[in-house]
Design a protein around this ligand. Structure first.
Ligand code: G1P
Length: 290
């Protein structure tokens, strides 16, 4: 048994407008766009559940209620399916015990740091996870489970990182890496969206975090940073030194579903791996490539 407080809560910032996917996201939250037949948010929630997390906290905004509907009972649908003798197993991942799906609104889009801070009363005084659903992480075990395992080992704060070509780092949070031990790297510094010439490494923050509740206090007086937004990265950077801070290099694949090409890549990759359609999709891809 580990002496550390277990990670029971996960925060999913889902208030973003999804302008990159317009017009698809005019009336539908981008988190509900499907990769094959599961919405993006479902992959992130499944990943959290696999890691033992029980409470899912969505930081939502206007026009995002369909996300909550997705994790609710669909009375008419389920009754009709049952009457027709259809199995409801396919809906299993969308079911939660009462009280375990929690939402809080971010009224104004002031940045990722501000979105997380909106969940402070629900997170309370325990360590918690954050998952950005745009980043689709595929692995066995999943990314959050790998992080929870690392957390049981070192405690403190953890972020998932991966290496990308140096010229692309300006779109991400970047770490200043210290000592490495297996998949763990000590984090000496963090900078949000640095110019390539000033980036301390090519290891980027890839959208999974385990943080101590003190981050909420730090966010309280966090000033605006890159893009004029209140950045989570900046608040985390201020916590380094006071608490252990490590990066976990995820053993698995990552798809950036915040970009259209990343979204298409994820769709193709997951379709190719599916037992029920992989072969057909492979043949189709060959045909299309001529
Ligand atoms: C956010 C974080 C950034 C991180 C990225 C991962 O940026 O601020 O540190 O690297 O997610 O996708 P955003 O994509 O919201 O600009």
């Amino acid at each position: 048994m580990s002496a550390r407080k277990p990670i029971r809560k996960a925060v999913f910032p889902v208030a973003g407008l999804g302008t990159r996917f317009l017009p698809a996201t005019k009336a539908i939250p981008k988190e509900l766009l499907p990769i094959v037949d599961r919405p993006l948010i479902q992959y992130a929630v499944d990943e959290a559940r696999e890691a033992g997390i029980e409470q899912m906290i969505f930081v939502t905004g206007r026009g995002k209620t369909a996300i909550v509907e997705h994790f609710d009972t669909a009375f008419e649908l389920e009754t009709t399916m049952s009457e027709r003798g259809k199995s409801l197993d396919i809906l299993e991942p969308t079911r939660f015990p009462p009280g375990d799906i929690i939402t809080v609104r971010q009224q104004v889009p002031l940045g990722l740091g501000h979105a997380i801070w909106c969940a402070r009363a629900i997170v309370g005084d325990e360590p918690f996870a954050i998952l950005l659903p745009d980043e689709l992480m595929v692995g066995k075990p999943g990314c959050m489970k790998q992080m929870v395992e690392a957390y049981e080992d070192v405690g403190g704060n953890l972020i998932s990182v991966l290496e990308i070509p140096r010229e692309e780092v300006s779109s991400y949070g970047v770490i200043d890496p210290g000592e490495e031990r297996g998949a763990l790297t000590e984090v000496r510094g963090l900078v949000e969206k640095p110019p390539v010439s000033e980036a301390p490494s090519n290891k980027i923050v890839s959208g999974r975090y385990i943080l101590q509740p003190e981050v909420m206090r730090t966010l309280e007086d966090q000033e605006k940073g890159a893009g004029g937004e209140i950045q989570l990265t900046d608040a985390m950077a201020r916590m380094i030194g006071g608490q252990p801070f490590h990066a976990v290099t995820f053993a698995g694949r990552r798809f950036d579903c915040g970009s259209k090409t990343g979204f298409v890549e994820a769709t193709l990759a997951l379709a190719l791996e599916r037992e029920d359609m992989g072969e057909e999709v492979r043949a189709m891809a060959r045909r299309l490539l001529g």
